[in-house]
Design a protein around this ligand. Sequence first.
Ligand code: GUN
Length: 302
Amino acid sequence: MAEAIIIDGKAIAAGLQQRVAATAAKLRDGRAITAGLAAVLIGDDPASQVYVRNKARACAAVGLASFEHRLPANARLPAILDVVGKLNADERVDGILVQLPLPSGIDPRRVIAAIDPTKDVDGFHPVNVGRLWSGEPGLVPCTPQGILLLLRAAKAQLAGAEAVVLGRSPIVGRPVAALLLAADCTVTMTHSKSRDLPGLCRRADIVVAALGRPQMVKGDWLKPGATVIDVGINRITTPGGVQLVGDVDFATARQVAGAITPVPGGVGPMTIACLLRNTLLAACRRRGLPDPEALSADVIKV
Ligand code: GUN
């Protein structure tokens, strides 16, 4: 069998980012609206600092305003809720993102619940989670959105397909299962207690691997021709140095899959493009404007 097609997340994300930029320009020139994204960063986790900086850069690249609020690692809940409350009331801010993980001792649910659901561009607020599962329009988490866009770009047949999701996190596994269900897949959710993961996987036309375990999914777990989306980002040390790998063993999986995302350059670049997309959608919806055609044409109906 031929090697799998590599799904180029970098190129697909760049296309979406261009449509976001064009839509942002239209809103600015036509309606004098500059959509804005506020990131709240608590503590000094190095990875989180990089993410927040990248988000600010991405906003600048597509013509969105960005705001950054930093709080010390020892900030207590009332101070955090105060910042969130001010951003909820700030008319320049259309999207609010509180960078996770929070310092220990702060319950992320309390913080997320305080965000205005119409500005919740992460899609983590219980109102948006409920909307997603009940098929009502809301804000959809970014990585799962990116996964659906990759599947559509790869022309994967979704209606009637068997989709197996590995991992049940609130950020990826659960919401991607809801989106696959909305796209008429037959969805199986699996997790660390599932029996016979390889056997469950082998049934799948579509595999979404979001377990957080380096190179766990092997080629012989896959049905020949399956579409494989690898959400993992793991740093491993090899004799050749530190290497970034996914949750899928790419070398064996690409021999069996029909199409597969690489790590890096697969799901990762889609997440930030979808965050920008959500910020524009939030900006329009809050003002009672319809979703811009260029952003809704790629069929994420929820
Ligand atoms: N930390 C890791 N992933 C995410 C994400 O998608 N959103 C936020 N806010 N923090 C994260």
